[in-house]
Ligand binder design. Structure first.
Ligand code: SF4
Length: 302
């Protein structure tokens, strides 16, 4: 993972440096996790990389499953403040993917620190703090992409005012991976107000999103197959079906990967992202850092 160092202004040799991680999730600019740990809830979780990483790193303090606490990730709010300051200085908007090692809409759980000590705080309190900060306009240059496999919890956990007037810099997303999860997850997501996206990965069978895309109910779609040693098969045709439906409904489509071993077929090399324009007071910018993926990965000459 690439690391970036921000030097605190005001001294040539700063005593203090803040480090944060650029994300390797290509459809976002940065990743944010307030805690680490979760419980599996769908077929899409079977090979959860966050669980594998946690089992490897925290053998002494289990953080997966219903009966365990979650591990607080310290410095998350400092990271956000620094990202906001940097984005404001550059007059851009960063896309922040929330929840690669956790599910922000999991029910509230106890927390431990990195030495296994029980903390007074809960995950629900961290989530509320983040939402309060967003409501208070602290992150005008950050576009939050909240991804959950528990879309039925969103309306129970967001602030009441978001149910009427959701913040302009928030997207709510869920991860259907099959026909069954598509109908279940998307129907719950549609009960939420505001901008919505689908991260359809790992896609496990051919599905159609047309029932929702045809009426422009979804603002952004990501598709990908599974990676890693236990990856399940992915057929490029499944990706083409959704890509065509997105084109027909004018919905941004982002093809993430086949399996990280095979390259993406040329015609599927589409990486669109929603344009981050929301007229924020600080920047009035229309930050677009999209690239033409096909242009960067041209078709090989015969
Ligand atoms: S919801 Fe996400 S983080 Fe939680 S177990 Fe499933 S894949 Fe892993």
């Amino acid at each position: 993972m690439r690391k970036k160092v921000i030097r605190i202004a005001g001294s040539r040799k700063p005593k203090k440096e803040f480090r944060y991680e650029k994300t390797n999730i290509e459809w976002a600019d940065f990743t944010l996790n307030l805690w680490w740990g979760c419980t599996k809830v769908s077929d899409g979780c079977d090979n959860c990389y966050a669980e594998k990483g946690a089992k490897f790193r925290f053998k002494k303090y289990p953080i997966w499953g219903l009966g365990t606490p979650r591990r607080k990730i310290s410095g998350s709010f400092d990271k956000l403040k620094n990202l906001q300051d940097e984005a404001a200085a550059k007059r851009v908007i960063y896309r922040v993917f929330v929840g690669s090692m956790m599910d922000i809409f999991e029910k509230s759980m106890d927390l431990i620190d990195n030495k296994g000590k029980r903390l007074q705080q809960t995950t629900g309190e961290l989530r509320d703090k983040l939402f309060t900060n967003i409501s208070g306009g602290k992150y005008e240059n950050l576009m939050f992409m909240f991804l959950t496999k528990r879309p039925s919890n969103i309306n129970k956990m967001i602030p009441d005012e978001w149910k009427i007037n959701p913040p302009v810099n928030v997207f709510f997303g869920t991860s259907p991976v099959s026909k069954a999860t598509a109908f279940n997850f998307i129907e719950h997501l549609l009960k939420v107000k505001g901008k919505k996206f689908l991260s359809v990965e790992p896609l496990l069978e051919r599905i159609s999103l047309w029932p929702w895309l045809k009426d422009n109910l979804i603002d952004f779609v990501i598709v990908g197959g599974e990676s890693g040693g236990e990856r399940r098969p992915f057929d490029s045709e499944w990706g083409r079906v959704i890509m065509d439906e997105c084109a027909a409904s004018n919905t941004p489509f982002f093809m993430k990967q086949i399996d990280k071993v095979k390259s993406i077929p040329y015609e599927l090399r589409i990486r669109e992202r929603p344009v981050a324009v929301y007229g924020c007071a600080a920047t009035n910018c229309g930050a677009v850092n999209d690239v033409s993926y096909q242009a960067l990965n041209p078709k090989p000459k015969k």
